[in-house]
Design a binder for this molecule. Structure first.
Ligand code: BMA
Length: 332
């Protein structure tokens, strides 16, 4: 399919932005914050729970100490739309070696809540997995070798194995630039990971020319594991577009369907983005404009899917769709 860019980068008609977006922004947070985005969202013990990335400090402060400015905050909701933010951040990693943890993704598995997150260290970016039962105490189960981030867990074991999608940063072997792909790995215990295989390569996504990677953790449907991914296109002609002097990338959200019994097999993938930056809160006023980054996906009993996404690296937004329609979109 060779669509002109104006057509290729349109959001799908099958997804609807919540009219009250953004659902979470700095103004709702009762402690110092500048940007609240890239949240993991799940349902746990009957409540919606969100853990969001909290970057604080002004543009100038971010430039002076870009890594001393991130922790993770928590918010709860009864309807998945109106959120109440907890009184203080719940997760922060920082020591001699570790600079910060960010971009959480939540998965409830066997009654416990697991959180994948990225960790900037002085020797590379690592992917972490922690588990919590109360959102106060988190036990870290594993930290990957660098460079790896954007890990998401499947909500069930498949053929007795825990599964995750992940995005290594293969810089040397992919030509010295961003050509990053989505991989899949398995584990007997969530600590030791192996059996890794390439799942989706960037060159197979018509709306990416830079890199791709997982977004929100997959959900089970009768036709397969439905999962979003992030896709990045870069245009050297782009310039200042946010807080930074120059930002040339655009982040869209794609969607694909993986085989239920063998998620290493892609059953179908939409050839155009599910969500592409279009709304004002996605294209202006953010830290990096033209960024959409899903971090949470919830399937309701009604068949409605709620997709939570970071917009412009500044706020958390909600979009909804019908699960069956998303499956159809992947299979067309
Ligand atoms: C990636 C990560 C994300 C962010 C995105 C766009 O590299 O840092 O947290 O949303 O860039 O800035």
């Amino acid at each position: 399919m060779n669509l002109p860019a104006a057509e290729l980068f349109k959001s799908s008609k099958r997804i609807h932005r919540y009219p009250g977006n953004p659902i979470l922004s700095a103004g709702l947070v009762p402690y110092p914050t500048a940007l609240t985005f890239n949240a993991g969202v799940t349902k746990f013990n009957g409540k919606y729970v969100m853990i969001f990335r909290n970057d604080y400090g002004s543009a100038e402060e971010q430039r002076i100490a870009p890594h001393d400015t991130t922790d993770l905050g928590i918010a709860y909701s009864d309807d998945g739309i109106r959120w109440e933010v907890g009184p203080k951040p719940v997760f922060k990693l920082r020591d001699e070696e570790i600079i910060r943890a960010y971009d959480p993704r939540l998965t409830v598995l066997d009654g416990r809540c697991y959180m994948c997150f990225a960790v900037d260290t002085k020797h590379g970016i690592r992917g972490g997995i922690a588990v919590t039962d109360d959102f106060e105490t988190f036990e870290i189960l594993s930290l990957s070798t660098p460079d790896l981030r954007n890990m998401v867990l499947f909500p069930e074991k498949v053929r007795g194995r825990y599964m995750r999608l992940e995005r290594p940063f293969t810089v040397y072997s992919r030509g010295g630039t961003d050509r990053f792909d989505t991989w899949i790995s398995e584990s007997p215990d969530l600590k030791y990971w192996g059996g890794s295989e390439l799942l989706l390569a960037v060159e197979h996504v018509p709306f990416a020319n830079d890199k791709i990677g997982p977004a929100a953790p997959p959900i089970r449907t009768s036709r397969g594991w439905l999962t979003t991914f992030h896709a990045v296109d870069i245009d050297p002609a782009r310039g200042k577009n946010g807080w930074e002097p120059s930002w040339k990338k655009r982040y869209t959200a794609g969607i694909m369907l993986l085989d239920l019994d063998d998620p290493r097999r892609i059953v179908g993938m939409s050839q155009t983005p599910l969500l592409s930056p279009e709304a004002s809160y996605e294209v202006e006023g953010g830290f990096r404009n033209h960024v959409i980054f899903p971090g949470g996906m919830i399937l309701e009993d009604s068949g409605e899917v709620k997709i939570y996404y970071g917009a412009a690296d500044a706020v958390v937004c909600l979009a909804t769709a019908d699960a069956e329609e998303l499956v159809r979109l992947c299979l067309e």
